[in-house]
Design a protein around this ligand. Structure first.
Ligand code: MIC
Ligand code: SF4
Length: 641
């Protein structure tokens, strides 16, 4: 059988299972990635496994999220991460070196490699031909301990690209078009593999914009072949040795097909509320804009920022707009300092932020109340920016810069000639902010601050579960809705008792107190529950509050895996009537649940008052064992002594 690239990479890393979509497989992992907001927990979990050194060929720990040091907590976490990396054989990318996905693409990506990362945008590496998957921190910990990574064998969707993008239309518009067609649920259980004649018209960072936002489709991953364009990128990075040509077989087979003619796309944007609320810019033109941010792991590459610099050169930002620029990496920042493009942006009136996540995770750059903010980011759920009643649109750097100059949503094609961005002869390749591990690990002391609290322990699943429905939610609740981020809550990522006080704080601030008063209970969710981020705190903190099961109409992939990892039952209503019949405050009971799960049951009866209904437990045999053990950490310790 002719093989697509995804299947080729999986088959060369297959440790267990059969490559049939829907079945669980295990693959060996070449690289792991963590960032600071998920990393402290992942490393505490690795520590609990009691393994002296990481067992993956390459593990990198980045600091890019919790950069605001408005107290000791984040700085303490950074120091913990640096000393931990030093001791356990991990590369440490210091704060200031850039956003994990951008730095990984530039400095560590390897075509044909597999990577997991404790951040949902890990598939950015697919721009360089890696099979890169976003997971929870505990999955990274277990893989660093030497285990393969378990995942459902995805369907592979072949996305044929034809044509060439027109001026002022860019890679962001390709993925916005995919989101418009498929929605935020359209990619669950799938890998999007791009191929066809349009591929060679896109540079590696442009490809990475597309694979990055495949996360917004709910996809397992997205990837591009590794061709001569990739080769040129690796040459400019001074890493030609890491390049190798790898692509699908000619006439490779795919499980599903999509075609996008790049030449037919127009500038687009996602309207406030969801990355899939996509419209043509021309449909919303004229809306006054107060803030524009160009940055995030999606669109902060050299080309993105050069385009902006050229478009604003000799002009001034509209007086009513605050323009923020957050370069994706120190490499990008240093390159645009050296070629003076940064001077053009500063002279136009831009505010230059650190090479970090910044406003994308609501850690600064919150817009004014009731304002419109246009961002080159990947997520725009209500509240994520830190301002509850703002209107955040997602768009390309082209659309962003047009708004920054005119003060309103404007079709960038009206800006005149499209600036030509030339690639430099080579990039600034200085890895001095990546600190290698110690040669003498026994002598390294891991330094912990007072905010780093021990891991909460989970108990094995009991025979019967009974409790109240603590909350009933609608469709598409994101992990930002479950466990918000922002400057007040993010510093608590290493302190589960403290962060659990903020579960559902934007939706129902009474939740933590209620959960404690009732001594735990259940969560009812709608469709695509837990979409978005990989933050396992959205499972771990509810677990800490005593949540034993989450019953939904359907789950997003990473969150469902995180629930299992922390011993919370992820159940799905067998039909709409089940969801409709249940209300907050109802008491529900699962009789003999432990035995049912041990016996392999997929239909789980639920007693709700005098009614009863059935829900589905759709997990692998291994995941059943994990749930019975009270989570992946208990399970791993049980298996390996
Ligand atoms: C995000 O974009 O939401 C984050 C912050 O990068 C998260 C990880 C986290 O919550 O720490 C993600 O995408 O996984
Ligand atoms: Fe950081 Fe935003 Fe990318 Fe998440 S989506 S890794 S917060 S830049």
């Amino acid at each position: 059988m002719t093989m697509n690239l995804t299947r080729k990479i999986i088959s060369s890393h297959l440790a267990k299972g059969e490559m049939k979509p829907g079945l669980e497989i295990a693959i060996t992992i070449d690289q792991t990635l963590t960032q600071d907001a998920t990393g402290t927990m992942a490393y505490l979990q690795f520590e609990a496994l009691d393994i002296p050194q990481v067992k993956v060929p390459l593990a990198v720990s980045y600091v890019d999220h919790n950069m605001l040091q408005a107290g000791f907590e984040n700085a303490d976490d950074h120091r913990f991460l640096q000393t931990f990396a030093n001791k356990y054989g991990i590369q440490f990318s210091k704060p200031g070196n850039g956003i994990c996905h951008q730095v990984n693409l530039e400095r560590f990506s390897k075509p044909g490699n597999t990577m997991i990362g404790s951040d949902s945008h890990t598939p950015t590496g697919g721009g360089a031909g890696m099979l890169a998957i976003g997971v929870g921190g505990l999955d990274v910990a277990v893989v660093m301990g030497g285990a393969p990574y378990y995942v459902t064998m995805p369907k592979v969707v072949g996305v044929k690209l034809t044509g060439k993008l027109n001026p002022w239309v860019s890679a962001k518009d390709v993925i916005l078009e995919m989101l418009r067609r498929l929605t935020v649920k359209g990619g669950v259980g799938k890998v999007f593999e791009y191929y066809g004649p349009g591929v060679s018209t896109l540079s590696v960072p442009e490809r990475a914009t597309i694979t990055n936002m495949g996360a917004e489709l709910g996809a397992t991953s997205s990837l591009f072949p590794c061709d001569n364009v990739t080769k040129e990128f690796f040459r400019m990075q001074g890493r030609l040795d890491d390049w190798n040509e790898i692509s699908a077989d000619p006439d490779a087979e795919y499980d599903e097909h999509i075609e996008v003619n790049l030449g037919e796309l127009e500038p687009m944007m996602a309207k406030p509320g969801s990355p899939d609320a996509v419209v043509k810019v021309s449909e919303v033109e004229g809306t006054p804009v107060q803030q524009v941010i160009i940055g995030s792991c999606t669109n902060s590459s050299y080309k993105d920022l050069m385009l902006v610099a050229k478009a604003v050169k000799g002009k001034k930002v509209n007086p009513n707009v605050s323009l923020h620029i957050t370069p994706g990496s120190r490499q990008v920042l240093e390159t645009i300092i050296r070629n003076r493009a940064l001077a053009d942006m500063v002279s136009a009136g831009a505010r230059i932020m650190e090479a970090a996540c910044d406003g994308c995770i609501g850690l600064g750059s919150s817009p004014p109340s009731g304002s419109v903010s246009i961002r080159s980011f990947n997520r725009n759920w209500s509240g994520r920016s830190g301002t509850m009643n703002d209107s955040v649109y997602l768009a390309s750097p082209e659309v962003c810069v047009a708004a920054a100059l005119t003060g309103k949503i404007t079709d960038p094609r009206k800006l005149g000639e499209y600036p030509e961005v030339e690639w430099p002869e080579s990039f600034v390749t200085d890895d001095s902010m990546v600190i290698g591990p110690s040669d003498n690990p026994e002598s390294v002391e891991v330094i912990r601050g007072p905010n780093i609290k021990p891991l909460p322990k989970a108990e094995p699943l009991s025979s019967n579960l009974e409790g109240e429905v603590l909350i009933k939610l609608e469709d598409d609740i994101s992990t930002d809705g479950i466990m918000p981020a922002g400057p007040k809550i993010l510093p608590l990522r290493s302190n589960i008792p403290a962060i659990s006080e903020h579960v559902f704080s934007q939706i129902d601030p009474g939740f933590p107190a209620r959960a404690k008063e009732k001594q735990g209970g259940f969560i009812i969710g709608g469709d695509n529950y837990g979409q978005g981020s990989s933050r396992e705190h959205a499972a771990l903190a509810p677990m800490y509050l005593g949540v034993k099961a989450v019953v939904t109409r359907s789950f997003a992939r990473i969150h469902k895996a995180n629930l299992v990892n922390f011993g919370i039952l992820p159940l799905e209503f067998a039909d709409q009537a089940g969801y409709d019949a249940i209300e907050q405050g109802d008491t529900i009971r699962f009789n003999g649940i432990r035995e049912l799960i041990e016996g392999g049951a997929t239909s789980i009866p639920v007693q709700a008052g005098s009614n009863s209904f059935v829900c589905t437990l759709d997990v692998s045999d291994r995941q059943r064992e994990i749930i019975l053990a009270g989570g992946l950490l208990n399970y791993t310790k049980m298996m390996h002594g």
